[in-house]
Design a protein around this ligand. Structure first.
Ligand SMILES: [Zn+2]
Ligand SMILES: [Zn+2]
Ligand SMILES: [Zn+2]
Ligand SMILES: [Zn+2]
Length: 468
């Protein structure tokens, strides 16, 4: 709060036309300005230094910008990939409440088409991705409007239910004030029955800069801490002190869970980042417990009469029979409506597995290495790499292409450090985001025979099914 007050004073000094260096005050981005080094007058504010995408483009030798655009695209793909791959203990059975701001603040059009519509679109994408990454988890959605919290969908493991409910919101509009406290209390009640082996999380998409609460929100924060609920907030307008405090105190002092979206793309990245299971921090959270699960087999029911499913009472032929009580459910994962057993497929467990042992980032290959290994095509998809330039030798200092981007490979080759094979950027993206396995390592049987170890058994569990 105090920092924004200082900002205001600094700006009003400038407006007075005195044009003297403001000694004590700086903008939020630059921090406090040092009095001595600013002889040239007013310091430029962050918003004055606009980065235009066309400023960084350099024309290629043929006068076109194809190579530069290609480089930018590659840099974008690569940036998405480079993440921390340290194996950490994560809670893969998650219970998350998504709180969406449906207040007057969402009518703003600073995010296209409006904050409201964009948030609903990203929320639907989030739901799909969340269940893709965490198939044995639960999700519920709550909205904030007219000063109260409204239940949009109940805690369940079925993505289509949530997406249907979100679709229904499209016809409405944001109205009234949001109430953080009401929404948090409702989420707390919904997460109350979450079993101790799972995580309890809240994700808030917050467009407003205020919260109209009936009581003391600090008491609510205290009870969230007692209930081991972690809160993440994605802001759409500006930082709000109470959100920062909320995230910090419910995440053991970690401030990384609160961020404000800069633009549409950044907004999406922030929301999608939450689909990765959270790191287990405390001893208490990492206590192991046994969990009963059923692995039902599919019944096609062809030639038989139709029967009702236990979950929706709808007539259908096929379905899955509960391994304990033989009730029929139509989709997995689900909780058996009759006996309460968690029913999943083994592939669902395998899908969560890659979060615990992420595939290492591949490294960029310099021209000299590409020359010494004489790699011509991608190991995985066999598409041709760019030709190795003639003037590159074993010790040849590589020429940097104009418009080269940081993090991308100058030779468009990326190498797996384990098997040493070279891949193209598209295979890099596919291996890290879809397959979660290295095609080179999986295809390499020699290493296993030599060391006498079987490589993590990932081939047998259905995790490497190639699609597309
Ligand atoms: Zn059903
Ligand atoms: Zn059952
Ligand atoms: Zn490839
Ligand atoms: Zn490999």
């Amino acid at each position: 709060m105090s920092s924004s007050d200082e900002d205001y004073v600094a700006d009003s000094d400038d407006d007075a036309g005195a044009n003297q260096p403001s000694a004590k005050h700086g903008t939020r981005s630059s921090g406090p300005v040092k009095a001595s080094g600013d002889a040239g007058g007013r310091k430029r504010a962050a918003w004055e230094d606009i980065q235009r995408s066309w400023d960084t483009i350099v024309e290629g030798a043929d006068g076109s910008i194809n190579s530069a655009v290609e480089g930018l695209r590659e840099a974008g793909k690569r940036k998405r990939l480079l993440k921390d791959t340290t194996p950490l203990q994560r809670g893969i059975i998650r219970h998350l409440i998504l709180i969406i701001d449906l207040s007057f603040a969402m009518v703003e059009k600073d995010l296209r088409p409006t904050r409201y519509l964009l948030t609903i679109r990203y929320a639907s994408e989030f739901v799909t991705e969340y269940f893709e990454q965490n198939p044995i988890s639960q999700l519920g959605i709550i909205g904030m409007r007219d000063g109260i919290a409204v239940r949009i969908s109940d805690m369940s493991g079925n993505p289509t239910e949530h997406i249907e409910k979100l679709k229904g919101l499209r016809e409405q509009q944001g109205q009234g004030n949001p109430s953080l406290q009401n929404a948090l209390e409702m989420s707390r009640a919904a997460l109350f029955h979450a079993p101790s082996h799972g995580t309890r999380e809240i994700l808030i998409i917050y467009g407003a800069l205020l919260s109209s609460d009936p009581g003391d929100i600090h008491e609510t924060i205290q009870s969230l801490i007692t209930d081991r609920i972690r809160v993440s907030v994605v802001g759409l307008a500006a930082q709000v002190a109470i959100c920062a405090e909320l995230c910090k105190s419910t995440n053991a002092g970690d401030e990384g869970n609160y961020s404000v979206a800069l633009n549409e793309q950044h907004f999406r990245e922030l929301v999608m980042a939450i689909t990765t299971p959270p790191v287990t921090r405390t001893k208490k959270q990492s206590q192991s417990s046994l969990l009963m699960m059923g692995f039902p087999s599919r019944t096609l029911g062809s030639g038989k009469t139709m029967s009702f499913c236990a979950c929706h009472s709808k007539l259908s032929r096929g379905g899955y029979l509960c391994s304990r009580c033989n009730s029929k459910v139509c989709s997995l994962p689900a909780e058996c409506p009759a006996c309460g057993l968690t029913l999943i497929l083994s592939t669902h467990l395998a899908r969560s597995y890659h979060h615990l042992f992420p595939l290492k980032n591949w490294i960029e290959v310099p021209w000299s290495v590409a020359w010494s290994e004489n790699s011509k095509a991608c190991f995985s998809c066999l598409s041709k790499f760019p030709e190795i330039p003639k003037d590159v030798g074993a010790d040849g200092e590589p020429r940097r292409k104009p418009g080269e981007h940081k993090g991308t490979s100058e030779s468009s080759r990326y190498a797996c450090e384990v098997c040493g094979n070279h891949f193209c950027i598209d295979c890099d993206v596919f291996a890290h985001e879809v397959a979660h396995n290295c095609p080179g390592c999986q295809g390499d049987t020699r290493a296993g025979e030599k060391d006498g170890i079987v490589r993590d058994g990932a081939r047998g569990d259905g995790d490497v099914v190639m699609v597309g």
